[in-house]
Every structure is written in C-alpha cells, then in structure tokens.
Design a protein around this ligand. Structure first.
Ligand code: TRP
Length: 336
C-alpha cells in the first residue's frame, strides 16, 4: 500500500504559491495513494503564535484543503494536536536522533537567525516531530517542496537508526516526492523572491481569498520587462535570471493550465505582455474562483470545518495508536 503523508503550516492566508507549490499536487495524488494531510499546529508553536490566531489559521488551513478539492471522506484532513501519538513518537525520536544531525539543519539556522540561543527548543527539535508525523503512519511517500528535502533525509536517518538500534525492520524508508521546478512561484513585484504571505506588499502575491477584481488588478500591475513574451522556456538558470518576472508569469500560466512552459511559449511567445496578462487573468480567475467561493462558504460555517478535522483526526488516531503501542513495546516501556 502506498501511503502519503504531508503537512502544511497554519500560518495564515494561503497564496497562489502554496496552491501551485503544494496543495494542487496533493489534490492530484489522491488518485493513486491513500492520503493523510495534516495541519501542523504543533510545529506552528515552535515560533510564538497568538492562541486565537492559531485556532483561526488551523481552520483556515483545513478550509483551504477542502475547498481545493481534497476528498476528506475518502482520505484524511487532520489536526496534528488532535492525534497525541505524533508528539509521543517525537519524544522517542528525540532520543534516537543525534544533536549533530540537528545542527546541520539549514531551516533551523534560517529560522533561528543570528541569536540561536533564544530559539525555542521546539524549533531545534522540529525535524524530529516531522519524522514522527510521517512514521507514526509508516507513510511510504511524502510530497514536499525542495526546502523540506533535508528534513526528509533526516526522517530516513531516524528510521534507519531506530531499526538498527532495536534490530528490527520496523519503519519504512520514506521516499520524498519533490515537486518540480515549474511550481516555484515567485513574487509578482520581484521575480527573484518567493511569493510569500509575509511580503509587506499585497501586490506581490495572489491570495486564495482574492476576488476576481483583485486578481485582475494584481496581474495587471505585475512587474514585467519591455520585451515580448519569451518564445521558449529558459534554457538555464542564467537565462531565467535575466527575465525572472517574465518566466514567472509563464510558469504560473503553465501550472494553472496543467501544461508545460514550452507549450505556453508556443502559444503566447512573441505577444505583448498586456495581452498575455489578460489571458493569465482569465485563466487564474477560472481556476481559483471556485476555490475562493467554497472558502467563503466554509468561512461562515466553522463548525463544519471543525467536524472534518475531528473526523479525520479520529480516523488517524485509529491508525497511529497501534503503531505507537508497538514502538513503546519495542523500546521497553511497560504496558499501561
Ligand atoms: N515542515 C513542513 C513545512 O514547513 C511541514 C510539515 C510538518 C511536513 N510535518 C510534515 C511536511 C510531515 C511533510 C511531512 O512545509
């Protein structure tokens, strides 16, 4: 059985970058895998969160997944804090993983910044909890962006050391499913920066809650250059870096249309950007409109969103608890 686990941070509004970079792929994977998609609120508090905002953002995250088309009855949308086995297995993994392994994690270095001593202990142990998220279901595949690859390698190291230390073949070595290059969505104002919900300019991003008018306005004002639409995909990173905004809009078009940059270049290459932007707006509104309106509907019905999370988490507990029980037996804890 091929089992997918992936997680998303409840960090506020989601952008087109989150959608094309992760969520859209998650939707597609439902066809071939048994999928568990997790709102990682335990990970969120590795940096301080205002409690009411965290609750709202967890709901928003779940609503986004439902609206984007995750079939929560067939698969699972769950909240990390509702399944205690994640944190329980993470403790065991804290005792398997080595301090030296954690010291190599680039995300910790980025997030902690210069003053590492003031980072939370949770931020340091973040990858160990992530390994527990995955392995508490013995997930075989994990779809993640390029930035999470190192954490996935650590997950394999933890599984391997656990198996070796206890002389068993208990945990699988999980395979990453790294999303392609075309799904790296950049800022609409600066093609060298990732599209991000924390960018001070709202014109840098398309939010999944934006209206059709806002989408049109943002695409119209998106930065381009005086040249026509490229007639081929960038041949190299150097070529891309010469016209980052132009290739970004092409990439967004290709991802939204489920096609390649080459196909977009063939159809739109040589056009003026004003014309291409009109086509992109039409496409973006057609693809995002149904998601946005479903999110608006769910926003007014938080009880329904909570019910999805409770149901998904309950079904996850039924899967995770027996695996955790087995781990507790393996490491030598007495049966309660
Ligand atoms: N660290 C991931 C991110 O920031 C989120 C995450 C938490 C995750 N647990 C996971 C992703 C398990 C994949 C599998 O994007």
């Amino acid at each position: 059985m091929k089992r997918i686990f992936s997680g998303i941070q409840p960090s506020g509004g989601f952008t087109l970058g989150n959608y094309l970079g992760a969520i859209k792929n998650w939707v597609a994977l439902q066809k071939d895998f048994e999928c568990i998609y997790c709102i990682v609120d335990l990970h969120a508090i590795t940096m301080f969160q205002k409690p009411d905002e965290l609750r709202a953002n967890s709901r928003l995250g779940a609503a986004t997944l439902i609206a984007a088309g995750i079939d929560h009855k067939k698969h699972k949308i769950m909240l990390q804090s509702m399944v205690p086995a994640h944190a329980q297995l993470a403790w065991v993994f804290n005792c398997v993983a080595r301090v030296g392994w954690m010291n190599r994690m680039t995300q910790f270095k980025d997030k902690a910044g210069k003053d590492r001593d003031s980072a939370s202990l949770g931020l340091y142990a973040y990858p160990s909890l992530m390994a527990a998220d995955i392995l508490v279901y013995k997930a075989t595949h994990v779809p993640v962006g390029e930035d999470q690859k190192q954490h996935l390698e650590l997950t394999r190291d933890i599984a391997q050391k656990f198996n070796h230390d206890y002389g068993l073949d208990f945990f699988p070595l999980t395979e990453p499913l790294i999303f392609g290059e075309a799904t790296r969505v950049m800022s609409l104002r600066d093609g060298s920066k990732k599209m991000s919900k924390s960018d001070p300019s709202d014109f840098s991003r398309i939010n999944l809650t934006d209206s059709a008018e806002q989408i049109a306005d943002k695409i119209r004002k998106a930065k381009t250059d005086p040249h026509a639409v490229p007639d081929a995909p960038p041949a190299s990173e150097e070529v891309r870096a010469q016209r980052p905004e132009a290739y970004n809009l092409m990439g967004i078009y290709a991802a939204l249309a489920d096609t390649t940059m080459a196909a977009v270049a063939k159809e739109h290459g040589g056009k003026q950007f004003s014309a291409f932007k009109n086509a992109l707006t039409e496409l973006a509104v057609a693809k995002l409109g149904p998601i946005t309106s479903e999110m608006r509907r769910l926003e007014k019905d938080p009880g329904a969103v909570d019910a999805v999370l409770r149901d998904g988490s309950e079904r996850c507990r039924a899967m995770a608890d027996p695996i955790l029980e087995e781990v507790y037996r393996i490491v030598g804890f007495l049966k309660p």
